[in-house]
Write a protein that binds this ligand. Structure first.
Ligand code: AMP
Ligand code: MG
Length: 403
């Protein structure tokens, strides 16, 4: 055994991670359908107006606003109906004084007209071929002018903007087929352990299935990264070093297993042989045997092998780090406050991530053991119990950070 030389607080671990300068610089064009959630790499300047033409915002009649002065239900103003314009059409004819044109929502306002009277504010006139206008409209009423949504020449979106659905919509409105975005950071996900085999394989005695590859990959994909899966590496320096060699082609490397203090826990040796260790050992539960280092500029995480420890640290440490690499804003997980259903004790001196299930508005303890994936699979989120807190009483309100 080779005990932890230095166990740091969670705050210190976060600070050391935050101090690593990161941020993907590779840029690529991606088609519209691939853009949601991506980060724009360049400002987008509108090359054209949206809408491209002045259009009706209501079904009704295009008129010259002056022709409706003084009109009301009691004193209607009759206008001569000279045509109809539907969407996708352009009326060749001008609307003259005393005239109107039936118009559909979204159709171009005919020249000469300056406003639209809603159909609800009109009635058939006693005179055939005329429409009785029951209200006065101002110039521009119920009309969207060209460029009202996006004016040609304006900056619609900025570099660094996350492409939320509406922002992809703005690009679509401009008729753009693609945009320049930052590439998603590639994250090598490497499980280690002589006993670990891929799901699908039949287990020989002593073997277990690889959980961490799938939980870590899921987290990576949910937070702007591209998970690059690796075959499980055995517990030898040669195997770890070979895995490290290929993994270092990625932007971030996440190992799991072999990060503790056993004789076969060689990840630290593999890391030290290549680069430098930024920390090893965090005062958290679960998740203590976590390492982080840099090989050149490439960040390397050494997560604990225990599935719950590994996944907890993926949420707590990897997510904020990876989002910085991906140039995404900090994650704000949903937090709900709920009274604890039962008393919970926690070791003083270690931050505990205690999983709970929300049942009938109360937070039921769900934590079993660090090795049990159901500590999380049967939970809705976790309560972060600060290092100095030893007991949370039943009925006490806790903040549950939802997964
Ligand atoms: P280690 O961190 O390598 O000491 O592993 C701690 C525990 O987690 C051991 O019981 C391992 O068998 C288990 N373990 C390690 N890696 C994985 C994995 N990828 N999936 C599931 N369990 C694992
Ligand atoms: Mg192991």
């Amino acid at each position: 055994m080779r005990p932890f030389t230095e166990t740091i607080s969670l705050a210190e671990a976060r600070a050391r991670l935050d101090a690593v300068p990161v941020g993907i610089t590779r840029v690529a064009s991606a088609p519209l359908a691939m853009l949601p959630g991506r980060v724009l790499a360049e400002d987008v300047v509108a090359a054209s107006n949206v809408p491209p033409f002045a259009r009706a915002m209501m079904d009704g009649y295009a008129v010259r606003a002056d022709d409706t002065t003084g009109a009301s239900a009691g004193t209607p103003r009759d206008l001569v109906l000279v045509g109809r314009v539907f969407t996708g059409e352009v009326l060749a004819r001008e609307v003259g004084s005393g005239e109107c044109v039936e118009i559909a929502t979204g159709a171009p306002l005919p020249s000469g007209a300056s406003a639209v009277v809603m159909v609800e504010d009109t009635a058939p006139s006693a005179t055939p071929g005329q429409v009785a206008i029951h209200t006065a409209v101002a110039g521009g009423q119920h009309v969207a002018r060209a460029g009202a949504d996006i004016a040609a020449g304006s900056v619609v979106l900025r570099a660094g903007d996350v492409l939320l659905p509406a922002r992809v919509g703005a690009l679509a409105a401009l008729g753009l087929g693609e945009a320049r975005v930052f590439e998603r950071p590639r994250v090598a996900v490497v499980s280690t352990g002589n006993e670990v085999v891929a799901p699908g394989a039949t287990l020989a005695p002593g073997q277990i299935h690889d959980v961490n590859r799938f939980t870590v990959s899921a987290i990576v994909e949910a937070h702007g990264g591209e998970a690059v899966p690796f075959d499980v590496a055995g517990d030898t320096l040669e195997a770890l070093d070979a895995a490290m060699t290929s993994a270092l082609a990625c932007d971030v490397v996440v190992f799991s297993g072999g990060s503790s203090v056993g004789d076969r826990d060689l990840l630290l040796d593999a890391l030290r042989a290549r680069g430098r260790v930024v920390f090893h050992g965090i005062a958290t539960r679960p998740g203590k045997p976590t390492a982080f280092g840099l090989v050149g500029d490439t960040p390397v995480f050494g997560m604990p092998g225990n599935p719950t420890s590994c996944l907890t640290n993926a949420y707590v440490l990897l997510v904020p780090f990876l989002r910085r690499v991906a140039r995404l804003p900090a994650h704000s997980p949903r937090v709900v406050s709920a009274p604890l259903a039962r008393r919970v004790t926690s070791g003083v001196g270690r931050t505990q991530f205690y999983t709970v299930r929300l049942v009938g508005g109360r937070a039921e303890p769900a934590f079993k053991a660090s090795g049990d994936i159901t500590s999380m699979a049967h939970a809705d989120g976790f309560v972060e119990i600060p290092a100095e807190v030893g007991v949370l009483e039943a009925g006490e309100d806790v903040d549950v950070v939802l997964f």
